[in-house]
Structures are given as structure tokens and as C-alpha cells.
Design a protein around this ligand. Structure first.
Ligand SMILES: *[C@@H]1O[C@H](CO)[C@@H](O)[C@H](O)[C@H]1NC(C)=O
Ligand SMILES: *[C@@H]1O[C@H](CO)[C@@H](O)[C@H](O)[C@H]1NC(C)=O
Ligand SMILES: *[C@@H]1O[C@H](CO)[C@@H](O)[C@H](O)[C@H]1NC(C)=O
Ligand SMILES: *[C@@H]1O[C@H](CO)[C@@H](O)[C@H](O)[C@H]1NC(C)=O
Ligand SMILES: *[C@@H]1O[C@H](CO)[C@@H](O)[C@H](O)[C@H]1NC(C)=O
Ligand SMILES: *[C@@H]1O[C@H](CO)[C@@H](O)[C@H](O)[C@H]1NC(C)=O
Ligand SMILES: *[C@@H]1O[C@H](CO)[C@@H](O)[C@H](O)[C@H]1NC(C)=O
Ligand SMILES: *[C@@H]1O[C@H](CO)[C@@H](O)[C@H](O)[C@H]1NC(C)=O
Length: 389
């Protein structure tokens, strides 16, 4: 009898719920309804964290051996399967997966267009007035994780956390690092302490800034560090985030307008910008080759604080012909410092890989070379007042 009355109540509830949900969905009251996002987890009091899945080592396996950490990729798992590996995730957040994989499942070769599409989706989901979503994470191949983190940092700025995450070892490996990294990314994106800190990266117990983060080791699980700007923002303790300081903003960071960038003719891709690496006997004619190949800009990994070892007259010629040029440093730390009388920009403390993305966004936003110089050098010039400037 008791069983019977409980079933009746459940049946009544089951009837009422679909009706309200249908009404809500048909009105598209929330971004989740509008974007068709279905949330997993039965505790609706938990924050909603969107999982943007691009793949990466975190979803790759090896058919050779549990000892293989370099030749894997023969097998793969989905974003949903990563979630299913760890029931504890659903004690921290409600989750949903959004796929941004290439057809071949690779994310190391992720294109500008795919990442721009994902960034626009994240911006819409998190920053629209109807957003009901607390934060997002994106899984990524570690080789280009910092590029996507930097791009998203310059384009999505409504205070909600976006956290980059990956793994250095495939899920088939002895001591897979992906499960812990993934849990930490979700705990971070769900945390109110992570708000207003720009894009973050959760890796190997570290909380890193998406603006400053760099992969400094090609294979070690503790591969990610912050260059130039100093230490980590915080770390994970019992898998939960602890920040050392209150929020701050990278001084050279500029928020670009994602709508404006999307109006550029190259969209959904970004303007073509190449990187040249300078060394003894550097052949500056490569800059003219880039121009001939359709590049709108180049970034040169210069020597020391942004030197061009040979052919700076040819670089000046390329600038005159309309190529936008930024010179950074090939050193892992330190600045490419502003110079008087230069017609190209020096990248300041922004590293070469990140400078490429900043130049792409500047060109897509309509900057000319002089505005690009101000964009890259402005904060450094103001602070140090270089001799002769
Ligand atoms: C709700 O959003 C869906 C998907 O974007 C759209 O097809 C539908 O027309 C919208 N409904 C209303 C009432 O706006
Ligand atoms: C949610 O689901 C989990 C696992 O299925 C279960 O252990 C837990 O009791 C459920 N919580 C609620 C509030 O229903
Ligand atoms: C994401 O892609 C996987 C693999 O193709 C698929 O199983 C899954 O249903 C997709 N998820 C969504 C939300 O589309
Ligand atoms: C990744 O892409 C490369 C080059 O396109 C291809 O050779 C490789 O098989 C791909 N790997 C997977 C796992 O699809
Ligand atoms: C990006 O989105 C546009 C518009 O929806 C689509 O045409 C294009 O195929 C997408 N590109 C990639 C690489 O996903
Ligand atoms: C961003 O760009 C769009 C498209 O050009 C424009 O309509 C909008 O006013 C811009 N927003 C801001 C804050 O400048
Ligand atoms: C300097 O560059 C020019 C043309 O770019 C090249 O012909 C020459 O060999 C280079 N000289 C040195 C010393 O590297
Ligand atoms: C860029 O700045 C230089 C030096 O201030 C000036 O001579 C030149 O006319 C400027 N070019 C443009 C396109 O504004």
C-alpha cells in the first residue's frame, strides 16, 4: 500500500515535470535551452560547467603498451567517456559535453577556424544575458593548449571562468594524469574564486594563467609553467583550488571585440600570420616570401631582446609593402624591448606564439602597423620610458 501511494506521487510528478520543461524550452528561457544543452547530474543546486571537448592526449590511448607515452593515438575515448570514468565529478558540478573535434579526432592540428567557432560558442553560452552556466573547461592537445587559452582569454571576458586542461600521458598509460587534471579543471570552473581571472589552465596540481602559460617540457607530466610573469596563481589541494592572491589582470592584455573580429573577411578563420625563427645568417627575404604567400603579418622570434641578426632593411621593406611585423624573443624568458625609430613592433613580454595570435586579432580588428606597435609596446614604453623615445 505504501509502495502504491509513492508510485502515484511519482507518477504525478513525472507528468508535471515534462510540461514545465517543455514550456521553458519552447520559450528558450536560458542559454542552455536555446543551445540545446542537456545537463548530467541529479543535483540541480550544483553549478553548471560546460565541457568543450577538442580531444587531445586526455582522450587518446595506446594499443602498444601501458608504458607507451609517445606513440599512442591508436584508440580514443569521447568527452562523455571521460566524464563516465569519474562519478565524483557529479558531486562538484552539473556537466554537459560540446564537441569541437576535427573529423580525424586530432586536436594538435586544430585550426584557427575551429577554435574561433568554439570561442564564439563559449562566448554565447557564458556571456549572453540568458546564460545559466557558471563556467567552462576545454580539453585540448597539450602541444597547442596555450594557443587556444590565449585566444579565448583575449576574446571572452565576462568574468566567468574558462579552464584549459589536458594530459601528458594517454588514458592507457601507467599513472594517467588526465583524470586528476580533468577533475581539477571542473572544480576550478565551478569555483567562485576563479571568477574575474581570465582564462586559466589546470595542470599537474597547478593553477596557471591562460595569458602567460607555456608548455616548457615536451613530455613531462609537469609540462606547463608560466613564463616571464613569475609564479603560479594557485594550486590544488585535495583536488580543490586554492589561489595565492586575489584576481589581477595581465598588464599587456587587450580585450578584443569578438563580434568585430568575426566581421573580418577571413572569418571563421583568422588573418594569415606566420612565425620566423631568427638565427645566425637569418635570411630576411623569408619575410617577403611570407607576403607573397598571402600573409598579412609575421612574428619574428628575434635574438635576445628582439634583435634581427641580418637583413633588417629587408624587414623594413616588407613593412612598407604592407606586411605587419612584430619581433619577439626566442629566449624563453624576458622582453623584446621597444626601440626608437623602428617601423615594426617589439612584442614586450608577450611570447612569440602568443604574439602571433595577438597580431591576428589586431589585424582582424582593423589595426594598422602603427596601432599594432602601440598595442604591443604601449604598456612597456609607458613603464620604462626607453632612451630616445
Ligand atoms: C528556441 O531555440 C531553438 C534553437 O535555437 C530555435 O529553433 C527555436 O525557434 C527557439 N524557440 C523560440 C520560441 O524562440
Ligand atoms: C545522485 O546520483 C548519485 C549516483 O547516481 C546518487 O548516489 C545520489 O544519491 C543522487 N543524489 C540525489 C540528490 O538524488
Ligand atoms: C560527441 O561526440 C561523441 C563521439 O562522436 C558522441 O558519442 C557524442 O554523442 C557527442 N556528444 C554530443 C553532445 O554531441
Ligand atoms: C592525426 O592527424 C595526422 C595527420 O593528419 C594523422 O596522420 C593521424 O593518423 C591522426 N591521428 C588520429 C588519432 O586520428
Ligand atoms: C565554423 O563555423 C562556420 C559557421 O557555422 C562553418 O561554416 C565552418 O564550417 C566552421 N568551421 C570549422 C572548422 O568548424
Ligand atoms: C563590437 O563590434 C560590433 C560589430 O562591429 C559593434 O556593433 C559593437 O558596438 C562593438 N562593441 C563594442 C563594445 O565596441
Ligand atoms: C644576410 O641576408 C642576405 C639576404 O637576406 C643573405 O644574402 C646573406 O647571406 C645574409 N648574410 C649573412 C651574414 O647572414
Ligand atoms: C606611423 O607612425 C610614423 C611615426 O610616427 C609616421 O611617420 C607614419 O606616418 C605613421 N603611419 C601611419 C599609417 O599612420
Amino acid at each position: 500500500m505504501k509502495f502504491f501511494s509513492t508510485s502515484l506521487v511519482l507518477a504525478a510528478a513525472a507528468q508535471a515535470v515534462p510540461d514545465t520543461q517543455y514550456l521553458r524550452r519552447s520559450l528558450n528561457a536560458t542559454a542552455s535551452d536555446r543551445l540545446g544543452l542537456k545537463w548530467m547530474g541529479n543535483d540541480t543546486s550544483l553549478p553548471k560547467v560546460l565541457v568543450l571537448f577538442t580531444g587531445g592526449t586526455i582522450s587518446s590511448g595506446s594499443s602498444y603498451s601501458a608504458l607507451d607515452t609517445t606513440d599512442y593515438g591508436q584508440t580514443s575515448i569521447t568527452g562523455e567517456e571521460i566524464l563516465a570514468r569519474d562519478p565524483l565529478l557529479q558531486t562538484v558540478a552539473q556537466l554537459t559535453v560540446s564537441n569541437w573535434t576535427r573529423d580525424d579526432g586530432n586536436s594538435t592540428g586544430t585550426s584557427d577556424a575551429l577554435v574561433m567557432n568554439m570561442t564564439r560558442f563559449a562566448h554565447d553560452a557564458l556571456c549572453s544575458p540568458d546564460s545559466d552556466i557558471t563556467g567552462a573547461i576545454f580539453t585540448h592537445g597539450t602541444n597547442s593548449l596555450e594557443e587556444t587559452a590565449f585566444l579565448m582569454d583575449l576574446l571572452v571576458n565576462c568574468g566567468k571562468p574558462i579552464v584549459g586542461v589536458g594530459a601528458m600521458r594517454p588514458y592507457t598509460a601507467l599513472s594517467f594524469d588526465g583524470d586528476a587534471n580533468f577533475f581539477q579543471s571542473i572544480a576550478l570552473a565551478a569555483s567562485p574564486d576563479a571568477r574575474h581571472r581570465g582564462v586559466l589552465v589546470a595542470f599537474s596540481d597547478r593553477i596557471l594563467s591562460g595569458f602567460w602559460v607555456t608548455k616548457l617540457d615536451s613530455t613531462h607530466p609537469d609540462a606547463f609553467h608560466q613564463t616571464t610573469s613569475g609564479g603560479d596563481l594557485g594550486e590544488f589541494l585535495n583536488m580543490r583550488p586554492y589561489f595565492f592572491n586575489s584576481p589581477s589582470r595581465p598588464v599587456p592584455k587587450h580585450n578584443f571585440n569578438i563580434s568585430l573580429v568575426s566581421e573580418h573577411p577571413s572569418y571563421p578563420a583568422l588573418p594569415h600570420v606566420d612565425i620566423l625563427y631568427a638565427a645566425r645568417q637569418f635570411d630576411a627575404r623569408l619575410a617577403l616570401n611570407c607576403l607573397a604567400n598571402g600573409a598579412s603579418g609575421i612574428v619574428i622570434a628575434g635574438t635576445g631582446n628582439g634583435g634581427i641578426p641580418n637583413g633588417s632593411d629587408i624587414i623594413a621593406e616588407a613593412v612598407e609593402k604592407g606586411l605587419q611585423v612584430v619581433v619577439g624573443t626566442r629566449s624563453p624568458y624576458g622582453a623584446a624591448s621597444p626601440q626608437p625609430d623602428s617601423t615594426w613592433a617589439k612584442s614586450g613580454y608577450v611570447h612569440v606564439i602568443q604574439s602571433r595570435i595577438m597580431l591576428q586579432l589586431a589585424i582582424a580588428s582593423g589595426y594598422n602597423q602603427n596601432q599594432t606597435i602601440e598595442l604591443f609596446e604601449g604598456t612597456v614604453r609607458k613603464a620604462i620610458r626607453p632612451f630616445g623615445l
